[in-house]
Design a protein around this ligand. Structure first.
Ligand code: SAM
Length: 275
């Protein structure tokens, strides 16, 4: 389609878009010789020029082996969260359970839980994956992404962290994986303005014991041991200045804990194991 409509790409570039983004927008919207395609491309270009993230303008974005639908009801999945999935899969491999129970807390688009389900299935392994979010909008997106990828065995529950979960799961969860909001309200102002388009409830958390944005992570760490099976693991993404607080919280909760760095060398992922 790009070749057939080079003038549309040029038009978007002339209006100020980067060439790569202009090509992606034309590929997305200029489909099938639709007479309204040019109007759709121009409208999408205006959204992007207005500051909306490219991922929302395109309406989908890759995450590991998934092509996730994304819209302003959900956080745009980040590359560092792809690394979180590697840590989660390593914990499941260590546990070597035939049918592990996995809770994806704050599932958003479903990125983490769906990637785990998809990658285990590709290896002929199974898991009972439950995505949890407090936002009905996020859960609707996650359910649609599960259907899109044929991962209909993944279930979704509306809950405030563990608060609304069926008590019968206590002590039976093999893996709790979470990428909770962890940006402090004051920090947000200094970050990329494009973040203003993402749901604030997916990004910002209250401070905790003087640690900016740490309250949701702290609540998850404190509650996790009661839900984990013996030997089960909490794998939690946190802010790059929250590593010491995450380790201390995990040890206070009685977990055996280590903190892992991302590819850029920043403390990013807490791994806490129930003894
Ligand atoms: C940083 S986003 C992560 C989304 C997705 N897991 C990912 O990694 O792309 C945090 C998610 O936690 C959800 N959330 C915020 N507070 C919550 C709470 N109290 N209980 C459950 N989910 C919550 C938000 O709605 C949001 O979808």
């Amino acid at each position: 389609m790009v070749d057939a409509r080079p003038s549309l790409v040029e038009e978007l570039v002339a209006s100020g878009l980067a060439a790569r983004e202009a090509r992606w927008i034309v590929e997305e919207y200029a489909v099938g010789g639709d007479p309204d395609a040019a109007a759709a491309v121009r409208a999408a270009g205006r959204r992007r020029l207005g500051g909306e993230p490219l991922q929302y303008v395109l309406g989908h974005w890759p995450f590991r082996g998934l092509d996730l639908d994304v819209d302003p009801r959900v956080l745009i999945p980040r590359p560092e969260t792809e690394e979180l999935v590697d840590h989660a899969l390593a914990e499941l491999a260590r546990l070597d359970e035939a049918a592990p129970v996995v809770l994806d807390l704050g599932c958003g688009s479903g990125a983490i839980g769906l990637a785990i389900a998809q990658e285990l299935a590709a290896r002929g392994l199974g898991a009972r994956v439950i995505g949890v979010d407090v936002s009905e909008g996020a859960l609707a997106v996650a359910r649609a992404n599960a259907r899109k990828h044929g991962l209909t065995e993944v279930s979704f529950v509306r809950s405030d962290w563990f608060g609304g979960l069926d008590a019968s799961w206590r002590g039976r969860v093999h893996l709790v994986v979470a990428n909770p909001p962890y940006v402090g309200a004051e920090e947000l102002a200094g970050l990329d303005p494009v973040l203003a388009h993402e749901p604030r409830g997916a990004l910002v958390a209250p401070d905790h014991d003087g640690v900016a944005g740490f309250a949701d992570a702290a609540a998850i760490v404190a509650a996790a041991p009661a839900w984990l099976a013996p030997g089960g693991a909490l794998v939690l993404e946190h802010g790059d200045r929250q590593g010491p607080a995450a380790l201390a919280a995990a040890r206070d909760a009685g977990l055996e804990a280590v903190d892992r760095r991302d590819l850029a060398g920043r403390d990013r992922v807490l791994i806490g194991r129930r003894r």
